[in-house]
Design a protein around this ligand. Structure first.
Ligand code: URA
Length: 233
């Protein structure tokens, strides 16, 4: 979070009063006087105003889960175990899911108890890129690949939809493995897009959402997002 935003959240001061306090050199971050309001503050920084510690009471949780196969993105178990079974935080029932994955899809899943943030993550207007890795049932030769890449880049009209998909980036690793970068989240979108080309997705993995990747997480593990990851939405 920016220092000026942090100050106005942590105090009763208005934005312009915060500027003056900063300008007068009354704020230190980790013992260093900081006058620049755009400086980013992280959870472990010590911020003092005239020697008194400041903190922001932010009760919201922002979580990235590496979803395994066989878990359902619902809040009440039906046929399968549910993703929140994997998250050991207090009041797990208050978490909501942003951008569900199918039971058999693995990868990056975001959860939070901050409703307006969840809304921003899933808003179709924001066009956050989501990167999928997929395995296809039937091999596609170079001609079929080139055709699909072009069609996907132009947008395709999926069965039952009235609007074409947004331009997306498809690239092939080999005849049965590809990556697809989407900036929207229609129902079963990746599987339906490949069905459009007469193929079937047999494995699907979401590798990233915006700048958020699964680096450092094992399947089934989760972590809290950092400030930059939260604020990108
Ligand atoms: N598209 C799909 O078809 N399934 C998912 O789980 C995610 C995107």
């Amino acid at each position: 979070m920016r220092l000026d935003k942090f100050l106005s959240k942590a105090t009763e001061l208005s934005r312009s009063e915060c500027k003056k306090v900063l300008h007068r050199g009354e704020i230190t971050v980790n013992d260093e006087v900081i006058k620049d309001g755009s400086r980013h503050i992280h959870a472990d920084d010590e911020v003092l105003w005239a020697g008194e510690p400041l903190s922001v009471a932010d009760g919201n949780r922002y979580i990235l889960l590496y979803k395994p196969d066989g878990f359902e993105c619902t809040l009440k178990a039906k046929e399968y175990p549910i993703v929140t079974d994997l998250i050991a935080v207090p009041e797990v029932a208050s978490l909501r899911i942003a951008g569900r994955l199918d039971v058999d899809t693995t990868g990056a899943l975001l959860l939070s108890d901050d409703g307006s943030w969840l809304h921003r993550v899933t808003s179709p207007k924001r066009h956050q890129p989501k990167r999928y890795e997929l395995t296809l049932a039937d091999p596609m030769d170079e001609t079929a690949q080139a055709h699909a890449i072009k069609q996907v880049a132009n947008g395709i009209l999926l069965d039952g939809d009235t609007e074409k998909t947004r331009p997306a980036e498809l690239s092939f690793i080999d005849e049965t493995h590809a990556t697809l970068i989407l900036t929207e989240g229609k129902y079963h979108q990746v599987k339906r897009m490949m069905a459009y080309f007469g193929n079937k997705v047999i494995e699907l993995h979401r590798a990233s959402i915006g700048t958020i990747t699964l680096d450092g997480l094992e399947m089934g593990e989760c972590r809290f997002l950092n400030d930059d990851e939260i604020e990108q939405f």
